[in-house]
Design a protein around this ligand. Sequence first.
Ligand SMILES: Nc1ncnc2c1ncn2[C@@H]1O[C@H](COP(=O)(O)OP(=O)(O)O)[C@@H](O)[C@H]1O
Ligand SMILES: [Mg+2]
Length: 323
Amino acid sequence: MNTVSPEPAASGASPRVVVLAGGISHERDVSLRSGRRVAEALRSAGMEVTVHDVDADLIPALTDTHPDVVWPVLHGATGEDGSVRDVVELLGLRYVGTGPRGSRVAWSKPIAKTVVSRAGLSTPDFVTLPQSLFRELGAGRVLEAVVARLGLPLVVKPSRGGSALGVTLVRDAAALPRAMVDAFAYGDTALVERAVTGRELAVSVIEETDGPRALPAVEIVTDGPYDYDARYNPGRTEYFAPARLTEPETAAVMSAAVEAHRALGLRHLSRTDLILDEAGVPQFLEVNVAPGMTETSLFPQAAVAGGLDLPSLYRGLVTRALA
Ligand SMILES: Nc1ncnc2c1ncn2[C@@H]1O[C@H](COP(=O)(O)OP(=O)(O)O)[C@@H](O)[C@H]1O
Ligand SMILES: [Mg+2]
């Protein structure tokens, strides 16, 4: 085994793992909660775990302690766009999850949509509008053209983001300018796509020795939009794990998630968000390389629904990172 710090892992002693959690992003709090959960599970699987934030102490801590594996449980920004993973690679360390290149592609919703649609998946029609272009061409004219082409309702979201921050469902053209402003608050480019009606599903994928496989789909039912509040405050959202699907629907959504994982070059774990439309077609919305791991998160719910025990699953992912 060609590990950076081979002694503990190679001798069969428990690997030393550093879980990265926190970071500077709008999803910092969620990441801290996710990181704590992952660390607890790994500890109960017998691993030696430290949780570290992404700050000026991180590089010295990693170079001094040389952990066997790093697990970036960072949502949003540098945790998911590949840059933290680039740094971990620069330090010659092994890590759980997708590499920098796959992360970069997945983190950009329009790029990920383009890649998966080339691989044959369906994804809602869309346009991307950088704020500068929007200004240069005149907001009114651009939005008129968007509505003429894509129709209504539309969903406006930051082209890179998470936790439904800056996402608006627009039913009426008059509400579009406001939705654009809300998306631009989270980044320079907005993605405007056709709204899909159907059942909202999250399909997690894990890699085992024989390649990626989907865990049972989790169905999300909310009393309104599946926004930040509905995600992290218990009570507003009901989850069905496994989702209430027919056998062919189950097969379709599972294979869509595995296909997205493969087409995007993802590694170890991912979670694809999709809507199973009224015609029974899975419509890809986005994929997450660092899915939420909090107590109410979809990835752990899927694992439990699949009969997996979280400490063993997470230990398995660390072992894959070491292999
Ligand atoms: N095209 C769409 N049609 C209908 N609902 C959508 C669409 N895109 C996003 N949504 C809703 O907005 C939520 C957030 O969108 P998503 O693309 O998954 O971004 P995020 O990275 O913020 O999770 C989804 O969970 C879904 O409820
Ligand atoms: Mg999502």
